[in-house]
Design a binder for this molecule. Structure first.
Ligand SMILES: NC(=O)c1ccc[n+]([C@@H]2O[C@H](COP(=O)([O-])OP(=O)(O)OC[C@H]3O[C@@H](n4cnc5c(N)ncnc54)[C@H](OP(=O)(O)O)[C@@H]3O)[C@@H](O)[C@H]2O)c1
Length: 262
């Protein structure tokens, strides 16, 4: 089993943070499995990483927001004999709207993608890591998971779920040599290649973190044994200070200082 070729799997690798995880891991000579729905984008990224870093890159085109997607992904990995020793659960999306203005199908898809699929794929890949007494799981949560957020009610709930699950899992599996990292970014800067000049970006408390910074901090935490990553000093302070505001008051407080989406 030790001689098996091991891959790092990154979900949501077709753009944004996932693409930066793929790039940094490839630069560290990690063979990769990239997953998302946009096959052409994944193929282009895979080709670029193979030619730049000489690593193996496999692409799996899959909608992870559908029920059972985590099992479909695990079956596909098994069918291709791809052994994963680093799982990056990154794929995700959010909507900033009133709860009733977001179609229920989309909200259920968000819960499936950001919660159920993560559980399924983790449940399937973890046993081999435990058996090997090594491996890593990086779960991308958000600052949004530290408190209920009106107008992002389901998004903040899915991220609270990831943070709670991920920190609990970290403690459960540490004794087996498996490292779990929980990453809670604030607002991410838009990567140069994704800038849309027609879209205005409002300033947010805590500023924006670059994708490279978030990935660097996550991989460093993994090397150091796992744990919680909150990139940015103001975000660290906000996550700490938030616990002194009564839970029953915090959502109303946020409603007072935020503008409802139009
Ligand atoms: N952006 C922020 O400010 C911010 C802040 C805190 C936390 N985060 C978290 O960081 C993670 C990455 O965010 P990002 O800003 O990099 O997002 P992004 O640029 O919108 O990229 C999202 C990635 O997820 C994939 N994805 C979305 N829905 C999918 C589905 N149903 N099945 C498979 N793949 C799917 C997308 O690929 P396809 O469209 O090709 O499927 C894409 O590769 C998310 O979990 C997000 O919640 C983001």
């Amino acid at each position: 089993m030790d001689q098996l070729q091991k891959y790092a799997l990154v979900t949501g690798a077709s753009r944004g943070l996932g693409r930066y995880f793929a790039r940094q891991l490839a630069s560290k000579r990690r063979d990769l499995v990239l997953v998302a729905r946009s096959g052409e984008k994944l193929d282009a990224i895979a080709e670029d990483l193979r030619s730049k870093h000489g690593v193996n890159v496999e692409v799996i085109v899959l909608d992870l927001g559908q029920p059972g997607a985590g099992s479909v992904l695990a079956d596909e990995l098994a069918a291709r004999s791809l052994h994963i020793d680093l799982l990056v659960n990154n794929a995700g999306f959010g909507d900033q709207k009133r709860f009733l203005d977001i179609p229920i199908k989309r909200q259920v898809e968000m819960i499936t993608l950001q919660n159920a699929t993560i559980l399924e794929i983790t449940h399937r890949l973890l046993p081999a890591m435990i058996e090997q007494k090594s491996g890593g799981i990086i779960n991308i949560s958000s600052m949004a998971g530290f408190q209920p957020i009106p107008y992002a009610a389901v998004y903040s709930a899915t991220k609270a779920f990831i943070t709670t699950f991920s920190l609990a899992l970290e403690a459960e599996v540490a004794a087996y040599g498996v490292r779990v990292v929980t990453v809670c970014p604030g607002r991410l800067a838009v990567a140069g290649e994704d800038v849309d000049p027609t879209k205005e970006r409002k300033k947010v408390m805590g500023g924006e973190q670059t994708h490279d910074l978030v990935v660097t901090e996550a991989l460093r935490k993994l090397e150091n044994g796992g744990g919680l990553v909150i990139p940015g000093g103001i975000n660290k302070f906000a996550a700490f200070a938030e616990r002194f505001v009564p839970r029953s008051k915090i959502a109303r407080l946020i409603t007072k200082i935020s503008t409802p989406p139009g």
